[in-house]
Structures are given as structure tokens and as C-alpha cells.
Ligand binder design. Sequence first.
Ligand code: ZN
Length: 206
Amino acid sequence: MERKIQVTPWPHEDRGRTLTGTTMVCTYLLDVFVDAIEETLLLHRTKDQDELLIASEFCCGVAATKARDREGPAEAAVKLTGALIRSRVGFGWPSKCLIGGIVGREQFHKLVADIRAELEANRRQQMKTRIVEVADELGLYPAPSGNKPAHWTATCPGTNHLLYLDTNREQFYCGYCRRKGGRFELGQFVADRRGRDMSRNRAYRC
Ligand SMILES: [Zn+2]
């Protein structure tokens, strides 16, 4: 099980403490939406604790700590950096590694990409409600639209357009087919459309 990590996303401490006895982790650009700031992370290890420190124009001091394990410094730095990145979601996101240290540029970019994928997967999972599962079971390939949290798209069966799912209301609607309803109506709608397609296919064969 992962050991607990304490995080202070935006530390402001005495600047004198920052650099002594530390190892450079990396320097990167942090996108804070209105601006991008250059931040350097440093690892400080004591006998029983790992600390991740920040040095930047806006932050200074310990950002994350955990009990020291048997792992090497790079591994410890990756764990602490990952916890820091997660704690700042919505407020700051690393855009580019400028200088690699014990965590190299490629490793840093991989860490950021992994966290992004994990957050995206969580987001999709959180919003997946029963109507999405029903659409999936019916073979409609539901996917988050990315526009609104409760808004999913799915293929309208037998057509080349999309229908929409609203997970707040547990409803589907298709503007083209002028059909809407809940889970039961979605099943009926799909059965109607597929039945019609089958009879049309039969007509073609005749
Ligand atoms: Zn339709």
C-alpha cells in the first residue's frame, strides 16, 4: 500500500532553508492559466523522511513529505512530485520540463502524461451512470462529449448521426429521430430501429 504523502501545494517559507542539503529533481514550466512560472523541485532526505521542496518566484519551501522507504531518491522524488501535481489540479499544471535532474525530462513528461490519463479515466468513471451502461450494452459506443460533465454522445443505431445522453437526468435524446426517454425507452428505441433495419434488409433480399 502507498505510504501517506502530506502535501502543501503552494508553500511560502523562509527562503534560506530551501537549498541546503538538497538534490535537484527538475525544473519545469508550471502553467497557471494566466501565466507560466518556472519552478524547481528539490529532494531533501533525512534518516526517516523524504521532503520535496519548491523554489520559484511564488513558492518556497516544503511542498510534500512522506516517510522514507527503501526506494532510491529518483523513485521517492517521482512519488512526491506526482502527489504535488495531483494536489494542484485546477490551479496549475506542468507544461514543459526545462532541466532534468534526478527525474529526467522524459521521465517527468511521462509522469505528467500518466497523471493526466488517470484523471481523465477517473472523470469518465465518475460520470458513468446506468444509462451510459445501457447504451454500452446496446452497442452504441457511448463516449463523454467533453462539453459538459453530464453530456455523453452515442451512435444512433442504423444511422450516421449521434444521439445524446444526459447523465443528470438519465435520459437520451435524438434530435434527428425525434425520440427521447429514459433507459427503458432507449432499449425500445434501439429495438425499433434494429427491427426496421432488419425488415429493410429482408426487403432488399426479396
Ligand atoms: Zn437518431
